[in-house]
Write a protein that binds this ligand. Sequence first.
Ligand code: AMP
Length: 421
Amino acid sequence: MKYNIPRGTFDILPEDSYKWQFLQDSFRKFAICFGYQEITTPIFEVSELFERSSGESSDVVQKEMYRFCDKKGREFALRPEGTAPVVRSYVENNLDKLSKRSKLFYLGPMFRYDRPQAGRYRQFYQYGIEFIGSNNPYYDAEVIAISMLWLNSLGLNKLRLEINSVGCPDCAVLYDKALQEYYRPFLGKLCPDCQNRFNTNPRRLLDCKVPSCIELRDDAPSQLNYLDEPCEKHFEAVCNYLQAMKIKYIINPRIVRGLDYYTNTAFEIVYEGLGAQNSLAGGGRYNGLIEQIGGKSVPAIGFAGGFERLLIALEEEKINYAEKPKPDAYLVCLGENVRLEVLTYLNDLRIKGLIVDYDPDKNSMKAQFKAADASGAKYAIIIGEDELANKTINLKNLQTGEQIRVAMNAEDTKQRIRAKI
Ligand code: AMP
């Protein structure tokens, strides 16, 4: 019996895992520099959390959630996104008591039952930021800046930042009415999903990917014409902050984002080379969400991006963002007695943080040097009977061919290798 990986998922094989580690570490460091702290929540939550937060009519809840019951019949879902779990944790752990502002980031897999294609998977890995605790438009700009500047720092420049304001719930009511008025004469031409959306959530009509619906969207009214004064001011201030940060953006009034909880700022980072799945990251403000899932009324803003599409973009631009780690040294041992006696030294080297390759199945000097070359090791540490008797080693720089005899002392070896002696 041979088993296959589930459709829409993939293995990260050893030869690629360094890229993932690099991206995770890099995002972590970046977020920490902006004052954010990591939060890790479970991979599954009660389904209702997502029904309440994303909205019953959202595609995520309607079609894409992996749902299951546990042995006691409780309904859970594999998390389709990271914001609702973080907000659940914020409320449950009273994080507002620790500090008025919670600056959080997360990394981890998300799950959506969607039609797999390039850049779209059923399990995908997201990185994200959630800022909770202020409606100051500076934070909208800060969160957008993190998402954009991190991608720039990796070497990606062909990015387009698109921003919009979806207003507050009061603006949304007016806008929904305007959209219904606009779409009513075309109801028969809309796809079946959009015919539903017309009643349940007209703004979703703007998000539809069906070509005939996209065509109708062109002349639809713009959300920006339905903002009240405070929402208009908020949006203007976000734009001003972005300009002050020299972050280029375009205003795209068609950005509505797929989930119900967004208010005011909504944004997306688009990479043109990605075809249909061209959104690298997206987010927005969600001032009503925390109250909606049982917390106090606290304003917040966040974003999430996906590593899979990011990796595709980085490969496409041929950006050399991460180097495959190579061993610092390869241990060449000559003689059975040596092999046994040398083990504490070998362990010490590894404990001190050197990457040391060693293969007890290779016996001849020739075979061991061949393996050292193949491994890409920078140094060979050569130990025979004579060296062992004198507690010394031969340290050979495999690039220059230079070789020196020094004490068999793990700290000394480490310092020499680090100093490239
Ligand atoms: P969303 O949570 O839908 O706003 O998505 C945020 C980001 O996550 C997107 O810009 C993508 O980079 C990534 N993403 C969302 N869904 C998928 C998926 N099915 N497969 C791969 N990446 C995804």
